[in-house]
Design a protein around this ligand. Structure first.
Ligand code: SF4
Ligand code: SF4
Length: 203
């Protein structure tokens, strides 16, 4: 019958409308701005309208979510930072839109290259978040970030990220990608053990 679909649709809207208030009452106002509230509204049990109160509240992103890359550094016991990046240049070569620019460090006396970047830039307006740089880096030195809030007033002066802006500690990476971090650390430990065994065998 003509019009039955419209009536059904209006019924669904009304049910959602009432359900929103019932769910708000059930949660005593804690349905918004709390982690549990957001998780509830993302679940199949949710009643009523689902509205994210952005930017006050944000949906959690999955571990594999990727946005702009960042560089990792280790912190030793004395608190000194050590870049994982060796400035090998592989990420710049594989980057499809060619938005990575690296300046290698050279020994001032010998002129020979030192395996760390003097400068490292990414034009984040050109980066297409493909993750190739992170996939191809042989040193786990560049990873994809979760931070997607990049709005600035002047992109020409703010959106070419330099080494300082790109660098974050390994602990940050472990926090946003715990599964990946654990897997990589296990592989790293395995490789170190194999290397030590080879050395011992030669000795
Ligand atoms: S981030 Fe990785 S691939 Fe890129 S230059 Fe540094 S070590 Fe090489
Ligand atoms: S994510 Fe892709 S586009 Fe962005 S810097 Fe890495 S390789 Fe280039």
């Amino acid at each position: 019958m003509d019009g039955l679909g419209i009536v059904k649709g209006l019924g669904v809207t009304l049910k959602r409308f009432i359900g929103t208030y019932l769910d708000d009452i059930r949660w005593l106002g804690k349905r918004y701005y709390t982690r549990e509230g957001i998780e509830h509204r993302m679940s199949a049990d949710v009643e009523g309208v689902f509205t994210v109160q952005y930017p006050e509240e944000k949906l959690p992103v999955p571990e594999e979510f990727r946005f702009i890359p960042f560089l990792l550094y280790e912190v030793d016991e004395e608190g000194n930072k050590h870049d994982r990046c060796t400035s090998c240049g592989i990420c710049a070569k594989v980057c499809p839109p060619q938005c990575i620019w690296i300046v290698r460090t050279n020994d001032p006396e010998t002129g020979r290259p030192i395996p760390e970047p003097k400068e490292f830039y990414i034009d984040v307006d050109i980066c297409m978040n493909c993750g190739f740089c992170a996939e191809y880096c042989p040193f786990d030195a560049i990873k994809m970030d979760h931070d997607y809030e990049l709005a600035v007033e002047d992109r020409h002066t703010h959106n070419i990220y330099d080494k300082e802006k790109l660098s974050k500690p390994v602990s940050y990476y472990a926090g946003i990608r715990p599964v990946n971090y654990a897997r990589e650390e296990a592989l790293r430990a395995e490789a170190e053990a194999a290397k030590a065994a080879r050395k011992a065998g030669k000795a």
